[in-house]
Design a protein around this ligand. Structure first.
Ligand code: C5P
Length: 287
């Protein structure tokens, strides 16, 4: 029997860098939320023990460099699984975009293979294994809206966001996560975006939420990549209530209150950017 799992994209509504750690990672506090833009993964059982990935996009590797294959191999090793799987990936989330597409695929793989191989692992166990694959994978295992601490793997679930519409756009450039983190001047940063965002979410007030949007990684990218600052300015000019780069970028997203405004933004930005999506935040599953 085939199993299909949806892997959704995330946006960072707030991202604070708290410091640099001895292990090379950055200690951070970030509020992440899933949106309804997703890859689909289809799992079928193989008895030869191999993990075979077939991707709809030739822009992602199908070997051990892909986090999907890494997740499968990790589960096999950890639980002495002798079965394998064929995994078909229908790729829709822009690649290297700051939307955790690869991490979400890995989380979906943990969910899919947990079912396919009848491992009976809990959500918390899957999230713990996910943290070994990448900093964003634990959040992707839970989904919804959450505050994430540590290097991103310590998750505190949050309630739904105030109703709104999101238009996101990925400029045609690739940004390396490692590069953005390595250029941070940690001592200069004293923002408290996440704290403000938590208060805004608790209040349920749309305007408080858009006021609280902020990302410590944005300044470096706006300066380095003209494409990101251009996109941000265009979104602002076309009437967005707030605009922010997600994660390490280069995706920029705009928030508006009504569908009509979102359609207008979508149409305007589609005039010069190919990779534009109009989406909504997903409700947390456990609310
Ligand atoms: O954990 P992940 O493999 O996604 O991280 C990719 C790279 O991003 C790390 O090797 C590190 O350079 C940087 N990073 C960081 N601090 C974090 C998360 C990622 O410096 N909290």
């Amino acid at each position: 029997m085939d199993i299909t799992v949806k892997a959704t994209a995330k946006l960072n509504l707030a991202l604070d860098i708290l410091g640099k750690r001895d292990d090379g990672y950055h200690e951070l506090e970030t509020v992440m939320a899933m949106v309804d833009l997703a890859d689909y993964l289809d799992f079928s059982l193989r008895l030869d023990g191999n993990i075979k990935l077939e991707s709809s996009s030739n822009a992602v590797p199908e070997d051990g460099r892909n986090l999907i294959v890494k997740a499968g191999l990790l589960l096999q090793r950890r639980f002495q699984v002798t079965k394998g799987a064929t995994i078909k990936l229908d790729k829709k989330i822009p690649i290297s975009a700051g939307m955790a597409g690869g991490s979400s695929d890995a989380a979906a793989t943990l969910h899919g293979l947990n079912q396919l191989w009848e491992l009976n692992l809990s959500l918390d166990e899957l999230a713990e294994i996910g943290a070994e694959i990448g900093s964003d994978v634990s959040f992707c295992v839970y989904g919804g809206v959450a505050m994430c601490n540590g290097r991103g793997e310590k998750i505190t679930p949050l309630p739904s966001l105030p109703p709104c519409w999101v238009v996101l756009a990925k400029p045609a450039i690739s940004v390396s996560t490692r590069d953005v983190f390595s250029h941070l001047e940690v001592n200069d940063i004293q923002h408290q975006h996440s704290e403000k965002m938590l208060a805004a979410i608790a209040s349920g007030d749309y305007y408080q939420m858009v006021e609280a949007l902020g990302n410590d990684l944005e300044d470096y990218s706006l300066e380095k990549y003209a494409e990101i600052s251009y996109l941000k300015k265009q979104f602002e000019a076309f009437g967005a209530d707030a605009v922010l780069m997600s994660g390490t970028g280069p995706t920029v997203f705009a928030i508006v209150k009504t569908e009509k405004k979102a359609k207008r933004l979508y149409n305007s930005v589609s005039g010069f950017c190919k990779n534009v999506h109009m989406v909504r935040f997903l409700k947390p599953q456990f609310e």
